[in-house]
Design a protein around this ligand. Structure first.
Ligand SMILES: NC(=O)c1ccc[n+]([C@@H]2O[C@H](COP(=O)([O-])OP(=O)(O)OC[C@H]3O[C@@H](n4cnc5c(N)ncnc54)[C@H](OP(=O)(O)O)[C@@H]3O)[C@@H](O)[C@H]2O)c1
Length: 267
């Protein structure tokens, strides 16, 4: 397919790299900065770098690879320059493709194609994309196109309803971003305990939890003092937590409560 990219985003770059390997092509990369568009095209090895001012017309698949909060504005800015029959796709997990208002009346198809992957590191993201599960939704023809693209990246996807996207994204935020937040707390506690080189330790531990979740269920993946009922340990560790994070001790108490309820099957 002929792809176009609006915004020199990390997500678009990794996805386009994978798609170009499967004989899709990139026509225009549109950016607010010519330099950024050029760097994107150079990295990809295909496409023409232009600014929004230089953009005349787009056709084919158009990736709106911009922050969620500006998808609507960028769409309003370029929609008159998108040919009918273009397929508009964004990567947001939060918004549905309905954000492309009146797309149906203007002759566009529309879809969203959300990679359940963290793109914090470009190389890691590129390597993980062949295993990435996408959340996709759209109108009939947009969804068909999004699924065809996903098939050339990982072949793994779930079809989402427009109305369920916000809850779906909240769950993804908890699985991904909240884990980073909790790990930041662990990092501080490790350093206070004198343990050196705890980055590898944290990632291998988190990775083992992820593998257990995949092999079993979430509830069966629960181990540790709450699962065992070692309440003395829970209490003693609470004291240390409170010393290091006096303002967040309610987080510790709430988390213990969550784990208790999970263990009892009452969550
Ligand atoms: N990051 C992740 O891990 C991740 C995971 C799944 C889904 N997503 C989704 O993927 C999409 C892109 O995210 P990303 O993390 O790849 O973004 P990003 O790397 O921050 O890039 C977004 C691009 O949008 C453009 N942009 C930024 N502010 C803008 C503005 N005010 N007006 C117009 N353009 C603007 C910039 O490109 P120019 O400067 O070239 O114009 C920027 O490079 C989002 O919908 C996000 O929700 C992200």
């Amino acid at each position: 397919m002929r792809l176009n990219v609006l915004g020199t985003s990390k997500v678009a770059l990794a996805i386009c790299e994978r798609l170009v390997e499967k004989d899709h092509t990139v026509r225009f990369v549109v950016s607010r900065s010519k330099e950024k568009a050029k760097a994107f095209v150079e990295h990809l090895g295909v496409g023409e770098a232009i600014t929004y001012q230089e953009l005349e017309s787009l056709s084919g698949v158009i990736f709106f690879a911009v922050p969620d909060s500006v998808i609507e504005r960028v769409y309003e800015q370029v929609k008159d320059r998108c040919a009918p029959n273009s397929c508009l796709i964004h990567f947001s997990g939060f918004h549905s493709s309905k954000i492309f208002a009146n797309a149906d009346d203007l002759g566009f198809s529309r879809a969203s194609m959300h990679p359940n992957l963290s793109f914090a590191d470009a190389k890691v993201a590129y390597l993980n994309l062949p295993n990435c599960i996408f959340g996709v939704e759209g109108d009939n023809s947009g969804l068909k196109i999004a699924i065809e693209l996903v098939k050339d990246i990982s072949g793994k996807y779930i079809v989402l309803s427009e109305s369920g996207k916000i809850a779906y994204h909240l769950a993804a935020v908890i699985c991904s971003n909240f884990v980073v937040g909790l790990t930041a707390l662990a990092e501080k506690i490790y350093s206070s305990s004198g343990v050196g080189d705890f980055r590898g330790l944290m990632s291998s531990l988190i990775s083992s939890v992820a593998q257990n979740i995949s092999a079993k269920s979430v509830v069966e993946s629960l181990t540790g003092p709450v699962a065992r009922g070692d309440w003395q340990v829970v209490e003693k560790e609470r004291e240390i937590f409170e010393k290091i994070f006096p303002h967040f001790v309610s987080l510790y108490d709430n988390m213990v409560e969550i784990l208790k309820k999970l263990k009892e099957g009452k969550l």
